[in-house]
Design a protein around this ligand. Structure first.
Ligand SMILES: [Zn+2]
Ligand SMILES: [Zn+2]
Length: 344
């Protein structure tokens, strides 16, 4: 069964997500400005309270992901040193930094460990030692992934690959998901930038649903890519990786990064093959900047390797299985493409 949607006068009217069955209706929200999303955080935080150094110091002291507090976290499993990240943006800003990326078990396993051979297969990957941005004006000026630099993000994904090898050494693990929450609004429980990696005894429900949708419609991914291209929602296409604004995502600012020709795991890609995938994700993260967001990397079960990124500035508003998409979406994507071209 093909993807169900309706186009009138060249514009999308509605589209049904073939995985979830949710219908997105396109509505006129021209009263809302996209400048907000592409703009800085000033609009998010118009008048931060006066800076109190003590509050910043206390936040760092209480953070189990900050350097110096390593003992507050579970034992370290792996680390990447600053020297291993060419052009690390923290160089010279953090005296004597011992690590740039650090991995340990999540204190709170997502999946009970008795289901994964008695081992906790939930992990935290701390993305950077810096809790705050260079010149924080308030406690909410947190380091965010988009500020880390493309090479750093690539090393982060390479760390995930190393960690995946460790996780898959457990014969009870058959599926792995990589998840990121940035910002309180996206459900992040720790302010310090970090990813989660979770090993599961069976394909995670969302992966299973996507695989079932693909069984029903084997051409689903390519059909979606053709459609977003026609609708002006394509962001970039290079080196076997496609990124686009997803008309079937959970949020009006949802993006997908897909390797349509590659149906395997991150661990089976060479670093050179992995780089364009990491780069496409990073470029969207950089544009979204400090905004609340989440992303997930989905792999396995015969699916093309892909990531879903959600800019969560606007609240999730699923009403009885319907979502709304702004009719200005193609213009928003054009602005995004322009911003990416400028930043090259
Ligand atoms: Zn911290
Ligand atoms: Zn997916």
């Amino acid at each position: 069964m093909a993807i169900q949607y309706e186009v009138r006068d060249g514009a999308l009217v509605w589209i049904k997500n073939p995985v979830t069955g949710v219908i997105s209706y396109v509505v006129d929200v021209r009263g809302k400005s996209f400048a907000f999303t592409l703009g800085g955080r000033q609009e998010l935080d118009p008048e931060p309270p006066p800076l109190d150094e003590k509050i910043l110091t206390n936040a760092i002291r209480a953070c189990p992901f900050c350097p110096g507090n390593e003992a507050q976290a579970p034992p370290e499993l792996m680390r990447v040193t600053p020297a291993e990240i060419p052009g690390w943006t923290g160089a010279g800003k953090l005296e004597g930094a011992q690590w740039a990326i650090r991995v340990f078990n999540n204190l709170f396993p997502r999946i009970p460990e008795q289901l994964t051979g008695g081992r906790n297969e939930s992990y935290v990957v701390v993305e950077d030692p810096r809790h705050f941005l260079d010149h924080p004006r308030s406690v909410s000026d947190l380091t965010f992934t988009g500020a880390l630099g493309e090479e750093h993000f690539f090393q982060l994904i390479m760390t995930d690959v190393r960690l995946m090898r460790l996780v898959f050494a457990n014969p009870a693990v058959h599926s792995v998901v990589i998840r990121k929450n940035q910002g309180r609004e996206s459900g992040a429980s720790q302010p310090h930038p970090h990813q989660q990696l979770i090993g599961s005894p069976a394909p995670l429900p969302v992966i299973e649903a996507e695989a079932l949708a693909e069984d029903r419609n084997p051409g689903f991914w390519n059909e979606l890519i053709d459609l977003v291209d026609r609708l002006g929602l394509m962001i970039e296409r290079a080196d076997g990786v496609v990124s686009f604004s997803s008309p079937i995502g959970a949020f009006p600012r949802s993006y997908d990064v897909v390797m349509p020709e590659y149906r395997g795991l991150l661990t089976d890609l060479s670093p050179d093959e992995l780089r364009p995938f990491a780069r496409a994700i990073y470029r969207i993260l950089r544009i979204l900047g400090p905004l609340p967001l989440d992303y997930e990397i989905h792999q396995g079960a015969g699916l093309p390797l892909h990531a879903h990124l959600n800019g969560r500035l606007y609240p999730y508003s699923n009403v009885a299985g319907t979502l709304n998409l702004p009719s200005v979406l193609p213009q928003n994507v054009a602005a995004l493409r322009k911003a990416l071209a400028r930043s090259n």
